[in-house]
Design a protein around this ligand. Structure first.
Ligand code: FMN
Length: 231
C-alpha cells in the first residue's frame, strides 16, 4: 500500500563526490556534493548558487570530481556544515554552517596537482575526474521563491585517473565494479554498497566500448598544463 508523502528530502541514495575548485586567491576549495549523474564523458552536478564551488566554477570554469569511497567517510563528514564562501546564505548561517578556508587540511586530505586543470585532485580518492564547465543552467527558474538558488553545471571530463586497485584484469580502460565501493548518501546519512553483484544484468550484455564517446578522443588531445597550481 502506497501512502502519499511530502518527504522534504528526495535523496534516495546518490554517490558522494568531493568537488575541488580554485578560489579567487589561488587557494583550493573542496566541497562534498551528492547531486550528480554522468552521461558519457559528461557529468551534471547541482550546487547551491551561493556556494564557493558555484562561484569558483563560474569564474574559473574548472574543477576535479573526486569520487569518495567508503574509506573517505570520516573525511567527508568533517566537511559537513562548512563553506569556503565568506558570503554565507542566511539559510546556511541559521543551520550552523561555518566558514572554512582550508578544507583539505580540515578533512585531512592531500591536494595533488592535476594534469589539465588548475584545481587540485584529492590524492586519497581512488577516482578523480578533471573537468571543464561546458554549460550552466538554473534550476527552478519557474518558481519565484526558488529562482536563482540552485545551478546545474554540465562538466566535460578531460582526464580520468583511476587507482590501479580498481582495474579489471589490469586493463586501464575497464573498472571492476566488484572492487569499487562508493560512498552513498541517502537522506543525509552515509551508506556503502554490498559489493557483491545482486542479480545478473541484462543491460550489461552491451559491451562497454559501445558507450565510448567522441569526448574521450577529444580529451586525449588536451595536453598537460605546465604551470600547476600546487600547494
Ligand atoms: C554528503 C553531502 C552531500 C551534499 N550534497 C550537496 C549537493 O548535492 N549540492 C549542494 O549544493 N550541496 C550539497 N551539500 C552541501 C554542500 O557541501 C554545502 O553547500 C557546502 O557549503 C558547499 O561548500 P562551498 O560553499 O565551499 O562550495 C552536501 C553536503 C554533504 C556533507
Amino acid at each position: 500500500m502506497h501512502i502519499s508523502s511530502e518527504s522534504a528530502i528526495l535523496y534516495f541514495g546518490t554517490p558522494v563526490i568531493l568537488v575541488s575548485t580554485v578560489n579567487e586567491d589561488g587557494s583550493f576549495n573542496l566541497a562534498p556534493i551528492s547531486s550528480i549523474f554522468w552521461l558519457g564523458w559528461r557529468a551534471v552536478i547541482g550546487v547551491g548558487s551561493s556556494s564557493q564551488t558555484a562561484r569558483n566554477l563560474k569564474r574559473n570554469g574548472q574543477c576535479v570530481l573526486n569520487l569518495a569511497s567508503v574509506n573517505e567517510v570520516a573525511a567527508v563528514n568533517k566537511l559537513a556544515l562548512t563553506t569556503g564562501s565568506d558570503a554565507m546564505s542566511p539559510w546556511k548561517a541559521a543551520r550552523g554552517y561555518r566558514l572554512e578556508r582550508n578544507k583539505f587540511e580540515l578533512a585531512g586530505l592531500t591536494p595533488q596537482a592535476s594534469e589539465t586543470v588548475t584545481a587540485a585532485r584529492v590524492q586519497e580518492c581512488l577516482v578523480q575526474q578533471e573537468c571543464t564547465v561546458a554549460a550552466m543552467h538554473g534550476i527552478a527558474e519557474d518558481e519565484a521563491m526558488l529562482k536563482g538558488g540552485i545551478l546545474t553545471f554540465e562538466l566535460r571530463i578531460q582526464r580520468l585517473h583511476v587507482d590501479a586497485s580498481l582495474l579489471l584484469d589490469g586493463n586501464p580502460d575497464r573498472i571492476d565494479p566488484d572492487k569499487w565501493q562508493p560512498l552513498i548518501m541517502s537522506f543525509q546519512k552515509f551508506y556503502g554498497l554490498d559489493n557483491q553483484q545482486l542479480h545478473a544484468s541484462t543491460l550489461a550484455t552491451i559491451p562497454e566500448k559501445a558507450y565510448r564517446s567522441p569526448d574521450v578522443d577529444k580529451a586525449r588531445q588536451i595536453s598537460k598544463i605546465t604551470a600547476l597550481s600546487e600547494t
